[in-house]
Design a protein around this ligand. Structure first.
Ligand code: PRX
Length: 654
């Protein structure tokens, strides 16, 4: 953290009340209203959610029990029948929303498409029929490896429509990373594109799919390819099919399958503390309700809003708040293929201006990058359509918050800092913009129905402004159900780290936090071996496994160090095999090797060769010291457990 940053945290004590004009028209207009909702949910959680589920969603058949909680396994809306694609599409068609833009898409080269609800419905039905024709059935898993084009959302909704579970893999992941995710999900079909545009270059997605399957994914029988970038690609007869060709053949009539509320909706892989990403499992009914309600209240959505979330559909933010939450609410959601780049540093603001975006949701790392690019880019555009701003992915430094508020929000837009995770499915801590006074850097208070706290390792609440572990004390509708095919890992990772307290199970989020004198939560970052690089989650062990798979590497230890724009950056300590000499070329080669094994997001910012690593007597690497070294700080903490103290001297001098 830079000095000016520390200064800003110390000095930024202002509280920002919701502007009166905003509150006057908001769904939740005051803290009294928020408190009422919160109390209602606290007194009778099942009744609270049941009422909303009845009012807000379409069910083919009503559920029996609202919550069946056999810790740590939850079932919501037991035996209810529902389809999220129906709730996102069909039910809007009999209303005025039929011809309302559902999806506004802007391609990086400047091409664009607007799909109304009726048009999106038709495309989803066609893709659903196409994948059925390719042998996909209810319960099968489908890999989606796509650029940010409408067909990414169409593919997700098509899977949901026929009851196949999707597993979207971020298009920035490498063939190797794609392979392990497809393998674990035992995907039967992969939906991809020839390529996608990113920073004026083509990302060759289909090539990566070919490589992944060739590496060893025998379950994949077919590949459906959307044409986007139009470069020459290999198509394997019998296995690979062009979407535009199948689309011309199939019917656009495809009734939505009646799914059980607890049927698998999707698997999304995320990084944990081991080298192997976990398949986070989300099911249908509870996820639909919770993403619907959080989107509705947190973004205070109105019929004529134009909402833009800049995430990628490959992450949970894209799932919940580009696709499912907005469409379930009948909102207009903007999707953008590109990323700010030197050739067009103002491209985001062009999109805001062009489509008169009213709600804008992005990550702190993006905000910090905008600050660096200069105020002239947003200042040159008309941003007065904006009425609400949001952030997600990492703690936002108050400096970035204030800039966002002033330069992008024109000091009139509330900011919702939303804390949540792949595992939680939807927002957990967040302001409600018409009600909650905000403090820069705090995700404020729990969403109604969420019982959050900060505790010690024994599960005891810590005092005011004391650091501790962030936990959730009551099940909520969109909580992850398990780790795919690994109930045991689910239990160990989230429910046993802090033992049940008075018979009550606590969900351990993996984040450190404190609660201030007003009960506001301040999330401090991960307390486990998970890094947060540009808002992307990455396990230290994943990068270590990637490094040691290179023949020159004997051992590797990876930590993160603070970075002005990315938040954190990857820093790797590497011990080479005896026969290999250290060199700058080898450093570059190893960085490239990590990109090949995982993807560009994991490229180490720095690699440092060393002869030894600080370890405990039982052989565990002491990452704490490595973090200090990487950040150029004094070593903090107890050295008495160390096996060989001279290692530290070596590293300090190194
Ligand atoms: O450390 C927290 C951080 O991102 C982690 C979750 O990452 P992921 O599952 O990839 O989901 C990101 C998008 C929801 C959390 O454990 N995080 C997310 N949002 C915030 C945050 N940290 C502080 N403030 C936030 N608003």
């Amino acid at each position: 953290m830079s000095e000016s940053n520390i200064e800003s945290i110390l000095q930024e004590k202002r509280v920002f009340n919701p502007p009166q004009k905003f509150a006057d028209h908001a769904a939740v207009r005051s803290m009294t209203e928020y408190q009422k909702l919160y109390n209602l949910a606290e007194q009778d959680p099942a009744g609270f959610w049941a009422k909303l589920a009845e009012k807000e969603l379409h069910w083919f058949k009503r559920w029996g029990k609202t919550l069946d909680w056999q810790p740590p396994f939850a079932k919501w809306f037991v035996n209810g029948k529902i389809n999220i694609s129906y709730n996102c599409l069909d039910r809007h068609l009999t209303t005025q929303r039929r011809d309302k833009p559902a999806l506004i898409w802007e391609g990086e080269p400047g091409d664009s498409r607007i799909l109304t609800y009726a048009q999106l419905h038709q495309e989803v039905c066609q893709m659903a029929n196409a994948i059925k024709q390719l042998g996909v059935k209810k319960g099968d898993r489908v890999g989606i490896y796509m650029p940010m084009i409408p067909e990414a959302a169409i593919a997700m909704l098509a899977c949901a429509r026929i009851g196949a579970a999707h597993s979207v893999v971020f298009g920035g992941f490498s063939a190797e990373a794609l392979k392990s995710r497809l393998q674990d999900a035992e995907a039967k079909l992969v939906i991809t594109a020839d390529g996608g545009w990113r920073k004026d270059k083509i990302v060759p997605l289909k090539d990566a799919v070919d490589q992944a399957i060739a590496l060893d994914v025998p379950t994949v029988q077919n590949v459906l390819v959307v044409q986007r970038t139009q470069q020459e690609i290999a198509m394997q007869p019998g296995r690979d099919h062009w979407w535009h060709e199948l689309k011309a053949e199939v019917s656009s009539n495809c009734p939505a399958e009646q799914m059980d509320s607890e049927d698998l909706l999707f698997i999304l892989y995320t990084s944990g503390t081991t080298g192997k990403p976990k398949g986070v499992v989300h099911t249908t009914g509870g996820y639909n309700l919770y993403t619907h309600m959080t989107f509705k209240w947190t973004f205070d959505i109105k019929e004529d809003d134009v909402y833009w979330c800049t995430a990628d559909v490959g992450w949970i933010t894209g799932h919940s708040y580009i696709v499912y939450g907005p469409l379930s609410n009948g909102a207009t959601t903007v999707m953008y293929e590109g990323a700010p780049r030197p050739s067009n540093p103002g491209c985001f603001w062009d999109v805001v201006e062009k489509y008169q975006v009213t709600i804008f949701y992005t990550a702190p790392t993006a905000i910090r990058a905008f600050i660096k690019m200069g105020d002239e880019h947003p200042n040159r555009r008309e941003l007065s359509s904006l009425r609400l701003l949001g952030t997600v992915g990492e703690p936002i430094n108050p400096e970035a918050w204030i800039w966002y508020h002033r330069v992008i929000g024109g000091e009139r837009c509330p900011i919702v800092d939303t804390w949540w995770q792949t595992e939680t499915g939807g927002f957990m801590l967040t302001p409600l913009p018409g009600a909650t006074p905000t403090k820069p850097g705090s995700a404020t208070l729990p969403f109604p129905g969420i019982v959050a706290d900060v505790v010690d390792l024994g599960g005891n609440p810590v005092g005011e402004n004391q650091g501790g572990y962030l936990v959730i004390k009551h099940p909520w509708p969109s909580m992850m159900r398990t780790v795919y095919k690994d109930d045991d890992r689910f239990r160990r990772t989230y429910w046993e780290h802090i033992p049940p307290k008075d018979g009550k199970y606590l969900y351990f989020a993996g984040d450190g936090a404190r609660k201030d004198e007003d009960g506001y939560f301040w999330v401090m970052g991960r307390v486990d071996d998970v890094m947060n690089i540009s808002g992307h989650r990455l396990g230290t062990m994943e990068v270590e496994s990637a490094l040691v798979s290179h023949p020159a590497v004997a051992e590797a230890a990876v930590v993160s160090r603070p970075d002005e724009v990315k938040g954190e950056d990857v820093y790797a300590f590497v011990i080479l095999n005896g026969t290999h000499a250290s060199s700058d070329e080898l450093k570059q080669e190893l960085k490239q090797h990590v990109v090949k094994e995982i993807g560009a997001i994991a490229r180490p910012g720095e690699i440092r060769f060393t002869d030894a690593l600080p370890k405990t007597r039982s052989g565990k690497i002491i990452r704490r010291f490595l973090r200090n070294l990487a950040a150029g700080e004094e070593l903090v903490g107890d050295v008495s457990t160390m096996e060989d103290l001279s290692v530290l001297d070596q590293l300090r001098q190194g």
